[in-house]
Design a binder for this molecule. Structure first.
Ligand code: SAH
Ligand code: SF4
Ligand code: F3S
Length: 462
C-alpha cells in the first residue's frame, strides 16, 4: 500500500490548470457511471478533477469535450451494457474528432476487456483502472499532448487524500472509509479489480464528515466493500465500531449510514455502537447470499446460516425496529433445488424489508467460474422468480405495518409519480411518497404514513 503525498496531488491539480488553459473556456465534460456506490463516489472525484480543468457538465455526448465512462464488472450483464454504450459513443466522436473518450473503473482491470477496447473500440482514447484515478489529470494531459491512445495498467493499491470532489446532491453524500476487498468470495470479481483492503485514516474520514455536516448534508453513507474490516491495516486498535462512535460525535443534525457489512465480521460490538449512537440509522444491509451451508462454504463466505440468524437475533434484541436488507445470489454453480429452498426458508425466517436478488453470473478468473454448473438457465430463472415473489409478499406485509405510524423522514426531492409532491426516506431507509410543500425538500419532517405497497410507503407531511 502506498500513501499518495500532498505534493503528488498538487502536481495533479497543476496538470488540471494546464488542461484548463488548453481546453479553453466553455469546455464540457460528461461522466457516465455504472455499478455500486464506490463507483458513484469515485465519479464525484473525477468530476472534481474535471471541474478543476474548467469543465462544466453535460449529459449529452455530442456536447462533451471529455467523456469519462466509469465501469462495473460485477456481472456479465453489467459489462455488456457498458460495452454497448461505449460502442455508441463512436457517433459523437465522429462528429467531434477532438473529443477525448476515457474509460475507467473496474472493467479496466480485466486484461481481456482492455484488449477488446484496444482492438475493437478505436474511438476510445484512454483507459485506466480504479487504482489510477488519482492520476487522471496526468494521464489526460499526456493524451491531449501527444494524441496517442493510452492504456494504463497500474495495479498499485494506494490511498489518496485531497482530490477535489463535486457531489451529486446537497442532502446525501458518500464517504469512502476504505477501498478494496480481501475476502475473495468465490464468485466475485471485486477483489481482483479493486485490490487489497486499505483504510483511510480516521482523521481524514472525520474531517470529511465534519465538512459535510457543516455544509448542511443530512444523510452521510460510509462506504467500503466490507466496512467491518475497517482499521485492520491501521496502527492502534481502530475498528469500524470505534469509527462509527467517532463519526457520531461530529456536531450536526445528520444520519449516518454504512455499507457493506460482511456477516463473518459483523459483531455485537458493531450492534452496540449502532444502538448507542443516535445518529446511526437503524438499518443494516447484511448480504447473506444463500441459505444453504454447503453453498455458503462453496462461496467462501466464512459463516453458516445458523451464525447469520444468530446475528440477526442479536441485532434485533438491541434495535427492535431495525430495517434489514440483503443480497442473494440464485443459481450458484451446483446449487440444487433443495439448497435453493433453504434460501427461501432463510428469507421467511429473517423477513427482510427488501432484497437485492441476482442470478449467478460467471466471472472469468474467479474460482466459481470453473465449477460445473448443470442447472439449466430456465430452471434458475424459475427459482429467481419464486424468490422475488416470496420477498415481495414479505416486503408488502412489512410496509403495511407502517400504516398509521408517524415517522421522522428526510425529504429528499420532488416526486415524479404524478400523485405525490415529494419523496422522502425514513431513518431506516424506506422510500416514502408524500404530499406536502416543496419548501420541505432537504429538511427533516414528521410524516403520517397512510398507505403502503411492496416498494414504498405513502403519506403526508404533518
Ligand atoms: N461487498 C459486498 C458486495 C459487493 S457486490 C458484499 O460482500 O456483500 C454486490 C452484490 O453483487 C453481492 O453482494 C452479490 O450478491 C452480487 N454479486 C457479486 N458477484 C456476483 C456474480 N458473479 N453473480 C451474481 N451476483 C454477484
Ligand atoms: Fe465480493 Fe465478497 Fe468482497 Fe463482497 S466481500 S466485494 S462479495 S469478494
Ligand atoms: Fe461493480 Fe466495481 Fe462496484 S465491479 S459493484 S463498480 S466495486
Amino acid at each position: 500500500m502506498t500513501e499518495i503525498t500532498k505534493e503528488q496531488i498538487d502536481a495533479q491539480l497543476a496538470a488540471c490548470a494546464r488542461i484548463a488553459a488548453k481546453l479553453g473556456s466553455g469546455a464540457k465534460a460528461m461522466v457516465d457511471t455504472y455499478g455500486c456506490q464506490q463507483n458513484e463516489a469515485d465519479s464525484e472525484r473525477i468530476r472534481g478533477y474535471l471541474q478543476a480543468m474548467g469543465c462544466s457538465f453535460t449529459g449529452e455526448p455530442d456536447e462533451a469535450d471529455v467523456i469519462v465512462v466509469n465501469t462495473c464488472a460485477v456481472r456479465a450483464h453489467a459489462e455488456q451494457r457498458v460495452l454497448g454504450n461505449v460502442g455508441a459513443l463512436v457517433h459523437s466522436k465522429r462528429r467531434h474528432p477532438g473529443q477525448v473518450i476515457c474509460i475507467c473503473g473496474c472493467m479496466m482491470n480485466e486484461p481481456n476487456v482492455v484488449a477488446k477496447v484496444k482492438g475493437s473500440y478505436r474511438h476510445v482514447d484512454m483507459t485506466f483502472p480504479p487504482q489510477s484515478l488519482w492520476r487522471f489529470p496526468e494521464l489526460l494531459e499526456q493524451v491531449l499532448s501527444d494524441g496517442k491512445r493510452l492504456f494504463d495498467a497500474n495495479d498499485e493499491d494506494s490511498v489518496a487524500e485531497g482530490i477535489p470532489v463535486v457531489r451529486q446532491g446537497d442532502t446525501k453524500a458518500w464517504v469512502s472509509v476504505m477501498y478494496g476487498c480481501n475476502n475473495f468470495c468465490s464468485y466475485c470479481i471485486v477483489p481482483h479489480v479493486r485490490g487489497r483492503e486499505r483504510s483511510r485514516s480516521p482523521e481524514a474520514v472525520l474531517r470529511e464528515v465534519g465538512e459535510l455536516a457543516a455544509a448542511g448534508y443530512k444523510d452521510i453513507t460510509l462506504l467500503g466493500q466490507n466496512v467491518n474490516s475497517y482499521g485492520k491495516d491501521l496502527p492502534g486498535n481502530m475498528d469500524f465500531a470505534t469509527l462509527l462512535r467517532k463519526v457520531n460525535g461530529v456536531p450536526g443534525d445528520f444520519l449516518i449510514r454504512f455499507m457493506t457489512s460482511h456477516p463473518k465480521d459483523a459483531s455485537p460490538a458493531l450492534f452496540d455502537a449502532m444502538a448507542q449512537c443516535e445518529k446511526v440509522a437503524p438499518h443494516l444491509h447484511l448480504p447473506v447470499q444463500a441459505g444453504s451451508d454447503r453453498i455458503l462454504k462453496a462461496m467462501n463466505r466464512g459463516y453458516t446460516a445458523a451464525h447469520y440468524l444468530n446475528l440477526v437475533e442479536q441485532l434485533r434484541a438491541r434495535i427492535p425496529y431495525v430495517v434489514l436488507t440483503s443480497d442473494i445470489i440464485v443459481g450458484f454453480p451446483g446449487e440444487t433445488e433443495e439448497e435453493f429452498r433453504e434460501t427461501l426458508r432463510l428469507i421467511e425466517q429473517v423477513r427482510y424489508e427488501a432484497l437485492f436478488t441476482f442470478l449467478y453470473s460467471p466471472r472469468p478468473g474467479t474460482p466459481a467460474a470453473e465449477l460445473p454448473d448443470p442447472v439449466p438457465a430456465a430452471e434458475k430463472s424459475r427459482w429467481f422468480d419464486e424468490l422475488v415473489a416470496a420477498q415481495n409478499a414479505i416486503s408488502a406485509e412489512k410496509h403495511a405495518a407502517y400504516v398509521g405510524r408517524e415517522l421522522r423522514v428526510l425529504v429528499d426531492g420532488a416526486d415524479s409519480d404524478g400523485k405525490h409532491d415529494l419523496t422522502a426516506r425514513t431513518a431506516g431507509g424506506r422510500l416514502v411518497h408524500l404530499t406536502g410543500d416543496a419548501s420541505a425538500i432537504g429538511t427533516y419532517q414528521m410524516a403520517r404514513i397512510t398507505g403502503a405497497s411492496t416498494w414504498a410507503l405513502f403519506g403526508e407531511l404533518k
